[in-house]
Design a binder for this molecule. Structure first.
Ligand code: URA
Length: 219
């Protein structure tokens, strides 16, 4: 059912029943029931919702300022992040820090999280069922943080957050809207891709300027 139709029916006071799969229901209840940030963090630490729990060293909940204006969302922990329990601590993380520094944002001022809280083995792409199981946690984090803007780095983060199958080259460069709070969302290249393709850094810079403009918009 389209969102608009959904809104009309809700405005008319007509209850709308949407069929969902059972796993998604359980996932939502387990995360959206979290009454506080600490509660949510505890639920993530104990999570066994997908197969990745059996191969992780630890979960990677996120790091930074929980009152941040900017929320950066990546794909999933890699080997370094799995070991240290913190997102973006490897080479890609160093580049991300430099990118944030270029718009005068120290890493500690933003919040950084991923679509997945657990490392996929051999750094493979997240499977749809893994992302679906994990997304309610991130959605709850976003609701708690209430960022002024979200920066989705990489195809996986951008596609999952925007529910799109467009390539990252198409998704970047404009301001999207995320969720019921219509949070501005900018998609850009993943720092790991930028390490391999430095020529794309010029476009990533344009995306950061866009983010910076939204952050500095007084309205
Ligand atoms: N790549 C990501 O997408 N996230 C991390 O935390 C590290 C590398």
């Amino acid at each position: 059912m389209s969102e608009l139709r959904h809104e009309y029916l809700a405005a008319l006071g007509i209850p709308v029943w949407v069929q969902r799969d059972c796993a998604a229901d359980v996932a939502d209840t387990q995360s959206s029931g979290a009454s506080s940030w600490q509660d949510l963090a505890g639920r993530v630490r104990a999570c066994t919702r997908c197969v990745l729990h059996s191969s992780r060293t630890q979960t990677v909940f996120g790091v930074g300022n929980v009152h941040a204006d900017l929320l950066v969302i990546g794909e999933a922990p890699g080997a370094d992040e799995d070991r240290q329990g913190e997102p973006f601590v490897g080479r890609a993380g160093q580049l991300l820090n430099a990118m944030l520094g270029a718009i005068h944002l120290p890493r500690a001022d933003v919040y950084i999280a991923n679509i997945l809280k657990c490392r996929p083995p051999s750094n493979r792409d997240p499977k749809p069922e893994e992302a679906e199981a994990c997304m309610p946690y991130l959605e709850r984090q976003i609701a708690f943080i209430e960022p002024k803007v979200i920066l989705a780095v990489g195809r996986i983060a951008a596609q999952w957050l925007l529910q799109s199958d467009q390539p990252i080259g198409r998704l970047r460069g404009t301001v999207h809207s995320y969720g019921t709070a219509s949070t501005p969302l900018v998609a850009s290249y993943h720092p790991a891709y930028l390490l391999r393709s430095p020529l794309a850094k010029a476009k990533a810079w344009e995306d950061l300027v866009l983010v910076s403009r939204i952050l500095n918009d007084p309205s």
